[in-house]
Write a protein that binds this ligand. Sequence first.
Ligand code: MRU
Length: 364
Amino acid sequence: MTTPDQTGAEALWDNLPRAIEWRDGDLFLMDQTRLPQDAPMQRQDTAQDVWDAIKQLKVRGAPAIGVAAAYGLCVALKPYRDGAPDDFREKIARQAEFLDSSRPTAVNLGWALRRMQARAARETAADAAALYDALVDEAEAIHAEDQALCRGMAEAGADLIRPGMGVLTHCNAGALATSGAGTATAPMYLAHARGVAFRVYADETRPLLQGARITSWELQRAGIDVTLITDNMAAHMMASGEIDLVITGTDRVAANGDVANKIGTLGVAILARHFGVPFYVACPSSTIDMDCPTGAEIPIEERAGEEVTSFGARRTAPEGIKTRNPAFDVTPNDMVAGLITERGIVRAPYAHNLAALFAREAAE
Ligand code: MRU
């Protein structure tokens, strides 16, 4: 039986913007660098197109990067469908390695590509065309599962958001960072569908403004009460008592619960601890890296200095100025109130409880 609550949520899921589409054997990615003015879907014809789209953040956000890379492998291999199967298998490994080199921090990229390669290794098909079809099937499965993971996080986290609350988020861990309702935004979308009245504060997120350009765009589009603030306003908003809860996404959770996310997240976590605001991180199991012991081992992407010396198209710093541009930081596990996963909220002790989560998953 459908409850009114489910009906609202279904309508909401159906109306979310989509970052990734696989249509009639072709991959289309929204160019998110053009938001909020424009949101063109662009066909990706080569592995280089997909690599560039990931590197340039046309497609971004850990889960979306994983799904795009899985389809990207299909795009890369499509021209070789009529060739020799041994040659096709050799190209799978080479193209996967190439796509994996586009960005280092989001574990979903390597995770999805390893899963695609494992599928190919299991396939006994004697011809390249059948192997290609199996890879498309696996990419579609990763895509569909990512949507389901978002729904799971929505269910797990929605009750954290109570009437009247102010909820701060950083960067974009929204619909456009995934194939569904996002990670950090999934509980927000569901709470909104259930009629809970709350406010979201979106950090602008310098240097590339994912909060301003993407989060505020997609939440406003969904009718959620969203207020944009610059990153340096978060402390004041917490001091003023306007923020009751923080929910962010993550690019990689280490086995001990340390969390890598967009640069600036650590600052938000420190503020949250100071002001006694619970700091939650939403993460599908595809973003938890049990092979990475602690946050110290998470590779942090360093991007071009031009992103720091300009604001949009305008140069804002002197020529020749030295810059640093780490794209992510690591929040220690003891600052995290809970990890909102598709299987419920995981709390400290993280090393023990994350291991138990994966053991349960393996047993099912
Ligand atoms: O550089 P980006 O835009 O890819 O960074 C995105 C983030 O940091 C997100 O918070 C993270 O990937 C989680 S997305 C559900």
